[in-house]
Design a protein around this ligand. Structure first.
Ligand code: NAD
Length: 470
């Protein structure tokens, strides 16, 4: 567990030192051969100062703005450095452009905007949604082709779940007796998913981490960024990659009229959109369709086209059962008409539980297959300091992407789906607790229509309509 994966001789700047920044730092120090003097942290508040001091890393409170970005970053990063963006409220696209100009490598775990970008009601929903944010990053692809590697969105999800998905598809192919070599490009991956009959893919996650104190009324508690959760679950619309098998757009569903068109959005926040889903430990449960970059990027990557005609695409979305305290917190926020009060990220006070995070792949010959990580808080604490189970699934994704960028420094703008999943899994897997792959005969129609009438499509269990809780 102390393997050095890469050497980096230039400077590293970590922007943001909240739950993810604090957890990523020890992994960088453990697995990258880099002089501590070459690492610095630039952040907006005191969080993380003690950890930086303990690890001997320079720590600067200097919130980045569109105006001060050059002045703050250039002396710390120099030319050819590595910018690790783990902040909220800083435009990812602005940092990406900065890095291309200064020949620096770049990674983030979410496409963020400058403050209030998510909550500005003057910006049309379609533009402030994740879809629009991703499009703004993907636009840079052409401009910076073969530029310094810029990895967009590589944490847990978005991030490592894209690698879980590819490994799972290879397993399903083997188990249904299909002879399939490892696909070499996106078209071949999309063909594999189509030939397997995959219709719907959930990023299905259940976080059971708990403390031994009830949630404090009026305080928003979560196992990772409260600001981040508020932005994506409350301010942004629910979004999902929209598959070619879907028979009808949801009544509150809207299509995008620009960009790759792999996704749709709903006219309500993700915290208010619930679906039936399944994981091995929890079996069937209800998760929230909170917007995430991977719903859009995976749906885009697995789109098969002939000319401009879309022949195949799976429906892809998040189905997230947050920890109990966060579930209650979101209800409170909606009850207060989207106002957020005091915040707390749960860390040392967690006494038990696990983050079960994986991909549920449905519609093939063997019905449905979940593949992913079951990481308990106890395992996480043994594996790495300063984080909970949710955090470690994210920070090891960041570390793996840093290694990959050092190994592949001239790839321009890329996403998790563009990377070699096998190399990534080598780095990720030792930190995943238990990797579990399990088939199930569950469908969203299992056990339905018992006590109340429900409108379901019995002919095709994999219609979004059947998953959605109305
Ligand atoms: N892909 C994933 O799996 C995944 C999972 C969890 C979090 N995330 C993302 O990771 C990022 C960090 O999450 P977190 O839990 O550490 O968040 P956090 O809220 O704990 O910390 C955010 C950090 O950003 C800093 N910051 C805010 N404004 C800044 C500015 N103007 N300049 C510099 N720093 C600034 C804050 O000081 C803080 O240190 C978020 O974008 C979040 O959405 C991604």
């Amino acid at each position: 567990m102390t393997k050095i994966y890469a050497k980096f001789i230039n400077k590293i700047v970590i922007v943001g030192c909240g739950s993810i920044g604090q957890g990523t730092l020890p992994l960088i120090l453990r697995h990258i051969d880099v002089d501590k003097k070459n690492i610095s942290i630039v952040t907006a508040d005191e969080r993380g100062r003690e950890i930086a001091k303990k690890e001997g890393i320079a720590f600067y409170i200097n919130p980045l703005t569109p105006k001060n970005l050059e002045k703050v970053l250039t002396p710390l990063l120099g030319e050819g450095g590595f910018l690790v963006n783990l902040s909220v409220d800083v435009s990812s696209v602005a940092l990406m452009r900065y890095c291309q100009k200064h020949k620096a490598l770049y990674i983030d775990t979410s496409v963020e905007s400058w403050p209030d970008g998510y909550a500005d009601s003057k910006i049309p929903i379609s533009e402030r949604a994740n879809y629009g944010l991703r499009e703004s990053a993907m636009k840079l692809k052409k401009e910076f082709k073969n530029g310094p590697t810029t990895i967009v969105c590589h944490g847990a999800n978005p991030g490592i779940v894209s690698h879980f998905l590819k490994r799972a598809l290879m397993t399903i192919a083997k188990d249904v007796g299909m002879k399939a070599n490892k696909p070499a490009n996106r078209e071949e991956w999309a063909k594999l998913a189509k030939n397997l009959g995959v219709k719907t893919i959930h990023c299905a996650e259940y976080d059971t981490q708990t403390t031994n104190k009830p949630k404090q009324i009026g305080r928003c508690e979560n196992t990772w960024s409260v600001d981040g959760l508020y932005g994506e679950a409350v301010c942004l619309p629910s979004e999902l990659g929209w598959g070619t098998h879907e028979k009808q757009l949801p009544p509150d569903g809207r299509k995008y009229n620009f960009g790759c068109k792999s996704a749709i959005y709903l006219l309500r926040p993700g915290t208010e959109v619930k679906v039936r889903t399944w994981t091995p430990a929890r079996k069937n449960f209800i998760g929230k369709v909170i917007t995430h970059n991977e719903s859009i990027s995976i749906a885009d990557y697995f789109t098969l086209k002939k000319g401009n005609k879309v022949l195949y695409r799976p429906t892809v979305h998040y189905a997230y059962r947050l920890c109990d305290a966060a579930m209650l917190s979101l209800d409170e926020i909606i009850g207060k008409n989207y106002r957020i009060g005091e915040q707390r990220i749960l860390m040392d006070e967690i006494v038990d539980g696990m983050d079960e995070l994986g991909m549920l792949i449905m519609g093939h010959k063997k019905n449905a297959y979940w593949y992913g990580s079951q990481l308990t808080i106890q395992q996480a604490r043994k594996l790495a300091p300063y984080q909970n189970a949710t955090g470690l699934q994210v920070t090891i994704g960041v570390l793996a992407a840093i290694v990959w960028a050092i190994e592949n420094p001239r790839m321009g703008i890329i996403e998790a789906d563009d990377m070699d999943f096998e190399r990534m899994m080598e780095i990720i897997e030792p930190y995943m607790g238990k990797m579990v792959g399990e088939y199930t005969d569950w469908t969203p129609l299992t056990g339905r229509q018992k006590l109340f009438p429900e409108s379901v499509d019995k002919k095709d269990p994999w219609q979004f309509k059947n998953f959605r809780v109305v």
